[in-house]
Design a protein around this ligand. Structure first.
Ligand SMILES: Cc1cc2nc3c(=O)[nH]c(=O)nc-3n(C[C@H](O)[C@H](O)[C@H](O)COP(=O)(O)O)c2cc1C
Length: 134
């Protein structure tokens, strides 16, 4: 008998920083959330521009729900808008414990150019980059 595997979930939201976004994108904070994500099987990307964030979180549904509950309580940002929440068959960022990228930089194009296959998360991320959500 097979053990039932938990569904994989992808959640996307935007928010506005209450602090300098550079603090959230700092190497110390990024290393901390990446280590935590790794232990819970979470992958994804956190893109930011000025004070706006867009985060894509994917992983076992219960781990994504637990993390988003924490993120909703986090006072470092506000005005959280849930953009998309769905069960997926595969991850869009399987190799990233959390890719943190500043939009409009070389590193953004370098990191996400391979995702030009237009998976849903990448399309939303691209729309965010073009300023649709501002
Ligand atoms: C924009 C933003 C993105 C975040 N992303 C993550 C994340 O991917 N993984 C994570 O564990 N915590 C993330 N956090 C932090 C959580 O909201 C929460 O503070 C943290 O998980 C608490 O961890 P601790 O109780 O171990 O200190 C993020 C916070 C902000 C403001």
């Amino acid at each position: 008998m097979h053990l039932k595997t938990e569904p994989l979930k992808q959640l996307i939201y935007t928010s506005i920083a209450n602090t300098f976004p550079e603090k959230i994108a700092s190497p110390e904070f990024v290393a901390k959330i990446q280590a935590k994500n790794h232990s819970f099987g979470i992958t994804g990307s956190l893109a930011w521009h000025d004070k706006m964030f867009m985060q894509i979180i994917e992983g076992p549904a219960s781990a994504v729900n637990r993390l988003f509950a924490e993120i909703l309580q986090d006072r470092r940002h506000q005005s959280i808008v849930l953009i998309s929440e769905r069960i997926v068959h595969s991850r869009e960022f399987p190799n990233w414990d959390m890719a943190v990228v500043s939009l409009g930089t070389e590193s953004f194009s370098a990191s996400f150019a391979p995702h030009k296959y237009r998976a849903r998360g990448s399309r939303i991320l691209d729309a965010f980059r073009r300023g649709v959500w501002q």
